[in-house]
Ligand binder design. Structure first.
Ligand SMILES: Cc1ncc(COP(=O)(O)O)c(C=O)c1O
Length: 400
């Protein structure tokens, strides 16, 4: 059966509006479409393909596990899930892991756990969840409501209650909002979808102190920042504080759907048998692949390589900007970078993304005025150079 992009419009729910070309093959940081055109991938499946496409270690893990055992549900456990959980607990603050299938599900579990913890320990009044404007936490109704972009949560009827928002990096506003009624703060340690916005140096420490003062849990959504993306296994490890609950997904599976919620033993105990679950969470195929990703990513070579690539990327973007003056800021950390467009190109990030596609490079946007780059953590330097040369041609096209 021959299918094309036009077939998509005939058979798919129209909640997505994908690019005009249909990718059919990927290898490393290169992708080919149905016409055989080649692209350099600076999008990485929205910060997912942390080892590029079809990394041999992942293919090996998937094929080996695929020949052994695919699925049993959580009525039984399995070796890959236990091994992966053990590795995650050995390299983070966490003592306990819950597996899900996506970032939203990992966050959903985190929020439900926080609410149950607060109910058990302090009673029903302690239900306030505070999150940040421009934050993004997923598309389930709870997580999208906690996300700070009403455009995504409006229009679906009554929202889950007890959720409030303050501006990111505004510690005074947060302090004003918090009380002993606060159950949890949910935040990204670097806002991805909201525009690649880093926290101020004192902000995260201040949030931690306020959580301690009011007996509230600090939930870090590391769905986008986690698993090597910022140059450490998790971003919190560079911030000098420890969250109480952490959500991981995206790079964790490197392209295979998996999410995880990490927490301490004392907090985990509030999710007793039967309180929460998922048919597929902790599926052996997903966990075997994630374990292979972990073994490659959690090494000095890869993590330091991320820092090195960040420098190259930022320097080359600055060189491009010196010629075209299109960016007013180049920011972000590791392989989660953002270039904010200069005022005269405000709202035009998609034009640059589309021109990039025409020139053979895949980039992302983060809001209307920020171009986002989330390539593979191991993208070869030659591909960075070639991709940015193509992107420079795209910029020349847009600015005329
Ligand atoms: C910070 C953050 N949290 C949660 C999510 C939702 O993850 P998923 O789409 O896997 O549900 C995303 C996805 O972009 C994200 O960037």
């Amino acid at each position: 059966m021959t299918v094309t992009r036009a077939t998509f419009d005939e058979v798919m729910v129209p909640n997505y509006n994908p690019a005009k070309m249909v990718p059919v093959k990927g290898e490393g940081s290169r992708v080919w479409d149905q016409e055989g055109r080649e692209y350099i991938d600076f999008a990485g499946g929205i910060a997912v393909n942390c080892l590029g496409h079809c990394h041999p270690a992942m293919v090996k893990a998937l094929t080996e596990q695929g020949n052994k055992l695919w699925h049993l549900s959580n009525v039984f456990t399995n070796e890959p899930a236990i091994r992966l959980a053990k590795k995650l607990t050995e390299s983070t603050f966490a003592d306990r892991v819950y597996f899900a299938n996506s970032g939203a599900e990992a966050n959903e579990a985190a929020l439900k756990l926080a609410r149950r913890w607060a109910l058990d320990k302090f009673g029903p009044e302690k239900d306030q969840i505070i999150a940040f404007t421009k934050g993004f936490h997923g598309r389930t109704f709870f997580t999208v409501t906690v996300g700070g972009q009403p455009a995504y949560s409006d229009g679906f009827g009554p929202k889950p209650g007890g959720i409030e928002h303050v501006a990111y990096n505004d510690l005074a506003a947060l302090e004003k909002q918090m009380s002993d009624r606060t159950c949890a703060i949910m935040m990204e340690p670097l806002q991805g979808e909201g525009g690649v916005i880093s926290p101020d140096a004192d902000f995260v420490k201040g949030v931690r102190e306020l959580c301690d003062k009011h007996n509230a849990l600090l939930i870090f959504d590391e769905v986008q920042t986690g698993f090597g993306r910022t140059g450490s296994l998790y971003a919190y490890q560079q911030l000098g504080i420890t969250p109480d609950i952490l959500a991981s997904a995206k790079s964790l599976g490197g392209g295979f759907p998996i999410g995880a919620m990490l927490t301490t033993k004392a907090i985990a105990e509030h999710l007793k048998p039967g309180t929460h679950g998922s048919t597929y969470g902790g599926n052996p195929l997903a966990c075997a692949v994630a374990e292979a990703v972990y073994d490659v990513v959690n090494t000095d070579e890869v993590l330091q390589g991320v820092k090195h690539r960040e420098k190259i990327f930022k320097q080359k973007l600055a060189e491009i900007n010196a010629k075209y003056n299109v960016f007013k800021d180049i920011r972000g950390q590791g392989m989660l970078l953002g270039a904010e467009l200069a005022d005269q190109y405000e709202g035009k990030a998609r034009d640059f993304l589309n021109a990039g596609g025409e020139e053979g490079v895949m980039v992302l946007v983060a809001g209307p005025s920020v171009i986002r780059f989330t390539p593979s953590l191991v993208i070869p330097e030659a591909d960075i150079n070639e991709g940015l040369a193509r992107f420079e041609r795209a910029i020349a096209k847009v600015v005329g």
